[in-house]
Write a protein that binds this ligand. Structure first.
Ligand SMILES: C[S@@+](CC[C@H](N)C(=O)[O-])C[C@H]1O[C@@H](n2cnc3c(N)ncnc32)[C@H](O)[C@@H]1O
Length: 258
């Protein structure tokens, strides 16, 4: 997966046994549907609640666009809705509802219970084929979902399509920190976390898939390069908590007039 530059080539998620992009997506959907009842519990347990800080910090980054009541906002791969809830904290009274979309119904149903009465609407949709008009959104955000897409480049192209010129993108996801912290974290992430996940979840696959999917995910320089390649500008990565996670940001360039 690494080229001459040492940068990982962009591809997409590939759960064990997946043969192509369509079977990879189907396996991802099935996996999240199966872990949905325990997803929140495990998430908070395995991250010692740091995930809450990450969602809040990511949402704060977009507070100026969220403060506009007319802004059209999509939280894609919303799952059980915690990123959506963090975004909603910055919406003014009577603002246009946030669209919260996911393709795993069991995850989305749980999310809708949290955000349904708080100013977001649930949409069952695939991130790779959004049922939304081109140029219709001011902000697309995704938390810990992008890494699961079967084709990262196609996913970015779809986000670019639905954003209006000048619209913003935020992708919050895991990363692999370097140095001593990276070594200690790798031990936790690759050995301890899958064991706890197996115990609570009672299933082998999902928590082996998590570290494997982070290992396949492009490193920040490759990811920001890919964002620029598909047409985004101002792409950047902001590490959170020693680079265990981080927020990618970018903007669809404003239309050139004349
Ligand atoms: C790790 S969960 C993250 C959920 C939530 N955003 C959070 O931060 O807790 C990843 C979510 O991405 C969704 N997902 C993965 N691939 C998707 C796709 N192609 N289209 C829509 N949702 C997808 C999964 O169903 C799952 O709910």
């Amino acid at each position: 997966m690494r080229g001459a530059t040492g940068i990982k080539a962009a591809a997409g998620a590939k759960p064990a046994g997946a043969e192509d992009e369509s079977s990879a997506a189907q396996m991802v959907r099935q996996m999240f549907n199966s872990i949905a009842p325990r997803y929140d519990l495990l998430n908070h347990l395995l991250s010692a609640n740091i995930d809450r800080l990450w969602w809040r910090r990511a949402a704060r980054r977009f507070r100026s666009v969220l403060a506009d009541p007319e802004a059209a906002v999509l939280d894609i791969c919303c799952g059980t809705g915690d990123m959506t809830m963090a975004l909603l904290k910055h919406r003014p009274e009577g603002a246009r509802p946030i669209l919260a979309a996911d393709f795993a119904r069991e995850m989305l149903t749980r999310g809708a219970r949290k955000f349904g009465a708080r100013g977001a609407v649930a949409l069952e949709a695939d991130a790779m084929h959004l049922p939304l008009r081109s140029g219709s959104l001011d902000l697309v955000v995704t938390a810990f979902g992008f890494r699961n897409l079967a084709n990262y480049e196609a996913g970015l192209r779809e986000f670019h399509r639905v954003l209006r010129a000048g619209g913003q993108l935020g992708i919050l996801d895991f990363s692999e920190p370097g140095g001593m912290i990276g070594k200690a974290y790798a031990l936790y992430f690759r050995r301890i976390l899958p064991a706890i996940g197996r115990l609570v979840c009672g299933a082998e696959g999902p928590y082996n898939y998590l570290p494997a999917s982070v290992g396949r995910f492009p490193a920040p320089p490759a990811m920001t390069a890919l964002m620029e390649e598909v047409g985004f500008a101002e792409s950047a990565w902001n590490p959170y908590t020693f680079g265990i996670a981080g927020l990618y940001t970018a903007r669809k360039p404003a239309a050139v007039v004349g």
